[in-house]
Design a protein around this ligand. Structure first.
Ligand code: M6R
Length: 366
């Protein structure tokens, strides 16, 4: 049932070209310039006119919400907030008639996310569920939504569900931005093509993973890790750190790269590996200067870069190359090597990567 892989986590990482494709299939047609999502079409008017959108989720799904915040604000010019479901539900949040709440959940059973949307519903919000498990509690409690179609995710660490969440949320943002007029036709069509090409780019980067295995061997005895990124790749840094913590039990922190000067830089010495997500995007030059700051303090830089980026490569002790893509869709690529890094470190340490200690696949208690 693991399809020849040693663990479900590895199988699920390698399934991503297919799961992202399945998620786009029947919805995205780049040639026709259309995205068909009946659950979104039904509420298109309310979504386009929403005063604000609030994403509620936990863990990895919360990271998907953070990426979506950047995408929605850019393409739809709507105010977006991203909330930990557990904080949102307990703090008497201000929810108004017509607010749109997007609940993101792989399992559809996370207790805090479920209660958060039930509370918001009683205040007149429109609830949209971005859920993987069909017919789950969150799917049923939502007014509308879109399934991620990633198939069953068995590994406790969420991998393929995350990239499918990003694919669905990107499609929704593209639809709404285009309908609203905040996204012009040329950019819309270009992004449809970019999104459509993601499955083959993920497949390409999965073709050679030996170097990530070697990196895992090299750094597996580190005490701590720092993950840094900016913009669309800031949440990817958080996700890389969460994966490593869960699977390898190494302490890891994700941070916006510019924020490190405000504290975490004190941690940097020659023993600290710092993973930079440094793909070519509008933040690239800034990320490079952050890399220089880490190098100057003798940190070990592991950089996720695009091919031909000699400048970043020259600053890094180790590089992981991912295919180039528009910054809006790039997180679906830059996340994958970080999933693999966590996996291989966990395996190198002899840990049970599919069932890390103290964790449950779905957290149905608050
Ligand atoms: O099923 P959900 O997406 O609602 O689960 C949310 C979190 O519990 C989940 O993402 C958790 O953080 C994973 N272990 C991350 O790998």
């Amino acid at each position: 049932e693991k399809g020849g892989y040693d663990h479900f986590m590895l199988k699920e990482i390698f399934e991503q070209p297919q799961t992202i494709y399945d998620c786009l299939r029947g919805r995205l047609d780049a040639n026709a310039g259309t995205i068909t999502m009946s659950g979104i079409d039904k509420f298109a008017e309310q979504l386009v006119n929403a005063r604000r959108i609030v994403m509620v989720a936990c863990g990895t799904s919360w990271h998907a919400g953070l990426v979506a915040e950047y995408i929605f604000e850019e393409l739809c010019r709507t105010n977006v907030e991203v909330e930990y479901a557990s904080e949102f539900r307990y703090r008497n949040p201000v929810v108004c008639e017509g607010d749109v709440i997007i609940a993101i959940s792989q399992s559809g059973e996370t207790a805090d996310t479920l209660v958060a949307i039930e509370t918001a519903k009683t205040n007149g919000a429109i609830i949209m569920g971005i859920v993987n498990v069909v017919g789950s509690s969150i799917a049923r409690a939502s007014h509308t939504g879109a399934y991620t179609h990633a198939g069953p995710e068995i590994g406790v660490a969420s991998t393929k569900a995350f990239t499918a969440q990003l694919a669905v949320l990107t499609m929704i943002a593209l639809k709404l931005g285009y309908k609203k007029g905040t996204l012009d036709q040329q950019r819309y069509l270009q992004l449809l093509k970019e999104l459509e090409s993601i499955p083959e780019k993920v497949a390409a980067l999965l073709q050679n993973t030996e170097h990530i295995k070697r990196l895992a061997e090299k750094y597996k005895d580190s005490q701590d890790f720092l993950f840094l990124g900016r913009g669309y790749n800031f949440p990817v840094a958080l996700e890389g750190a969460l994966k490593l913590k869960e699977i390898s039990y190494i302490h890891a922190e994700g941070y916006p790269a510019a924020e490190m000067k405000h504290g975490p830089i004190a941690l940097v010495d020659e023993t600290l590996p710092v993973v930079f997500i440094a793909t070519k995007d509008s933040y690239h030059e800034k990320v490079i200067s952050n890399m220089q700051e880490i190098k100057a303090r003798k940190g070990k830089v592991i950089a996720v870069i695009n091919e031909g980026d000699d400048l970043s490569a020259s600053l890094a002790d180790d590089v992981i190359v991912v295919p180039e893509a528009d910054e809006i869709v790039a997180p679906m690529l830059s996340t994958v090597p970080l999933q693999l890094l966590a996996y291989y470190v966990g395996v190198a340490k002899g840990l049970d990567v599919d069932k890390p200690r103290n964790l449950a696949k779905s957290v149905t208690v608050e």
